[in-house]
Design a protein around this ligand. Structure first.
Ligand SMILES: Nc1ncnc2c1ncn2[C@@H]1O[C@H](COP(=O)(O)OP(=O)(O)O)[C@@H](O)[C@H]1O
Ligand SMILES: [Mg+2]
Length: 201
């Protein structure tokens, strides 16, 4: 599964919540570019009992590394595993690994998020020569709220803090910030929690 959407549309919040509800694993791959980085991130992730798997010098040879990764993923059978900010991980070895897991794994459930570039684009639009050809994941796209919903979101948030801002402020905030939940939350938090004035935000 791939979760798409612009920045601040709530991708990370959604997948983190889902992983927590399913007792799954959430790993941020910000800055990770290759399989070594992926293996390190997975092995360091809390809640994963993979201590006996080590990334010694021998493991870092390409063949062993692929085997180690298959080993890690096979231990995650039945689990929800979220890989966030996956866009920089464009190594061909990663795509091959995904193909292997697609073909052999029964219950591994991988969720990817990130910007629509790099590896996500290759997953969703695989060319004929790609290991993922014919193996496209499902996709969910998070969209900004429309104007009415965005305004309602702010009003309800203010009400939770027993504050009643001017309607013109609500309207202007939505006009200027758009409907991305993250920016609306930022505005609401600045006003209600940090007690800033409308102009100040
Ligand atoms: N469903 C939601 N309801 C309220 N606030 C939310 C919701 N989803 C996200 N947010 C807020 O928006 C901010 C940005 O969301 P985030 O999940 O980091 O977006 P993305 O990963 O798409 O950039 C979060 O820190 C949170 O404050
Ligand atoms: Mg995010």
């Amino acid at each position: 599964m791939v979760v798409l959407g612009r920045r601040m549309t709530g991708k990370t919040s959604l997948v983190k919540t889902f992983a927590r509800e399913k007792s799954g694993l959430y790993v941020s791959l910000m800055g990770v570019k290759n399989l070594v980085g992926l293996a390190e991130a997975l092995l360091q992730s809390p809640g994963l009992e993979l201590k006996e798997l080590e990334l010694g010098p021998a493991t870092l040879l390409r063949l062993k590394l692929t085997k180690t990764m298959e080993n890690i993923f096979s231990r995650l059978e039945g689990k929800v595993v979220v890989l966030d900010e996956v866009q920089e991980l464009v190594s061909p070895a990663f795509l091959k690994l995904l193909k292997t897991m697609w073909d052999t794994s029964r219950g591994l459930r991988l969720i990817f998020t990130g910007s629509y570039a790099g590896v996500l684009k290759r997953m969703l639009e695989p060319g004929k020569g790609s290991p993922l050809y014919g193996r496209q994941p499902a996709r969910i796209e998070l969209k900004p709220f429309n104007k009415d919903l965005a305004e309602e979101f702010l009003r309800l948030g203010f009400a939770e803090y027993r504050m009643s801002p001017r309607e013109s402020e609500i309207r202007e905030a939505v006009e200027r910030l758009g409907g991305a939940v993250g920016w609306l939350t930022y505005y609401g938090n600045s006003r209600c929690v940090r007690r800033m004035g409308h102009e100040g935000v």
